[in-house]
Design a protein around this ligand. Structure first.
Ligand code: F0G
Length: 420
């Protein structure tokens, strides 16, 4: 195993954390696998009720960094449900839609898949302290995994711009929290400088070991689909780590002969935080950071760190990038919530984007689509309350405000006459 620069090809040993190449490029983890991949081993491990095989990450260990068992910190993670959602497929306009709910991970987001691998790597290389910048989910995951590993953690968050639930979670798990007067991009710049200056182990997705863990979203998804690839995989894009991980996973499965063809990847950004979409529109000839603004605070990011790797995902899979309005995100979220599944606003960009791409004729009506839901509904209850009870609730067809009555049957019949 070693690290290799995606720009210049320079290599580095994997037994320490190098987050960037000397040339400034991003690094990939390269794993030398010997022998063919035995898919049936993955099936056999599904019967495990405990241990590494029970983790929806480490079950796929042949495709992950070979870290010693003693270093591995696992809760375990993964094993997230794949929901068949015909009603939402019809709403989006496609023949088949399945939703992989990564909000069902231990801390409520897909970040845990990356965190088990990166935290294990941190222990292996003898890290003394870990840190990240975050819009809230990474910070919760870092705090939880650092607590499990017995490592102190510092998280940098944009003041006032992460949901109360995520802030509360991070406080509760015991990380030291630094609130930045500025946005996520400013926090990201500061944490990189601090990591360099003070020798802190950086747990953001610029750390290539994070992406190794996040590859397992695809491994588990395709395993659940019997290794039949959908036509499209749709996911939200913010800092673009996940987009990068999903492309790397697909490429590796294809090269190993586990899948016969690559699905196309569609990355959805919030219109107010869409530098990747704008670069895509310009044929990737130019890239400009933006000042981000969106209701989906998880993806309120204007200068994504993993831009170069995410671009590779789009190019390799013949993918597309789209941008959707906050209104479209919140409407799609209300649909997913009402289906009894639920997700946080950023995750709903997946369904909003799918619907838009079908209506634009990019994704054909007959397509089979797998959508990734990245975070749990309970991650952002402020967004729920605002949609259902806020000043614009009257304009929302799915608004479901609670009603207040006196404790009498007459009052009850007055408001529930239609169902009693
Ligand atoms: N969805 C959710 C719920 C997220 O929390 C994030 C990113 C994304 C999508 C986008 O993923 O950054 O890999 O493109 N959250 C990070 C955080 C930035 O700090 O929690 P990405």
């Amino acid at each position: 195993m070693h690290l290799r620069c995606v720009d210049c090809g320079e290599t580095y040993p994997a037994d320490r954390l190098v987050t960037r190449c000397q040339c400034g490029g991003l690094l990939d983890v390269v794993i030398e696998r010997t022998g063919p991949l035995d898919r049936s081993a993955f099936d056999r491990r599904l019967t495990a009720l405990t241990g590494f095989d029970h983790s929806g990450v480490w079950r796929y260990r042949e495709l992950l960094p070979p870290l010693p068992d003693a270093a591995i910190v696992t809760k375990p993670e993964g094993n997230t449900n794949l929901y068949e959602v015909p009603g939402l497929a019809a709403w989006a306009g496609v023949a088949r839609l399945v939703l992989k709910h990564e909000g069902e991970n231990p801390t409520g987001s897909f970040k845990d898949r990356g965190m088990t691998v990166a935290t294990s790597h941190a222990l292996w290389v003898g890290a003394q302290i870990v840190a990240c910048a975050s819009t809230g989910n990474t910070s919760a995951s870092v705090a939880a995994y650092a607590a499990a590993a017995g490592l102190p953690a510092i998280v940098f968050i944009p003041e006032g711009k992460i949901s109360a639930a995520k802030l509360g979670q991070t406080i509760a798990y015991g990380a030291r929290i630094v609130q930045i007067r500025g946005n996520f991009d400013a926090a990201m710049a500061l944490v990189q400088e601090a990591a360099q200056r003070y020798g802190i182990y950086l747990l953001n997705s610029i750390n290539p070991f994070r992406l190794e863990g996040q590859k397992t979203i695809v491994f588990e998804l395709l395993h659940q689909m019997g290794w039949e690839t959908p036509d499209w995989i749709v996911l939200p894009g913010g800092n673009l780590g996940n987009t990068s991980a999903i492309g790397k996973a697909l490429t590796e499965l294809h090269e190993a002969g586990v899948i016969g063809r690559l699905p196309r990847v569609a990355v959805i950004q919030a219109a107010g935080a869409a530098p990747f979409y704008q670069a895509y529109r310009a044929g990737f000839r130019e890239y400009h950071p933006v000042t981000p603004e969106t209701v989906a605070t998880a993806i309120r990011i204007g200068d994504p760190v993993s831009y170069a790797k995410a671009r590779r995902t789009i190019e390799v899979t013949n993918g597309v990038v789209a941008a959707v309005s906050d209104e479209a995100i919140m409407e799609a979220k209300a649909r997913i919530d009402r289906a009894g599944i639920g997700c946080e606003p950023a995750s709903a960009a997946t369904l909003a984007g799918l619907r838009q791409l079908v209506s634009d004729g990019v994704i054909p009506v007959g397509a089979s689509v797998a959508g990734i839901l990245t975070g749990h509904l309970m991650k952002d209850t402020d967004a729920v309350m605002n949609y259902h009870l806020g000043p614009d609730a009257a304009h929302h067809s799915l608004a479901n405000p609670p009603q207040v009555i006196d404790p009498t049957p007459a009052a009850l019949e007055e408001i529930l006459g239609d169902v009693l």
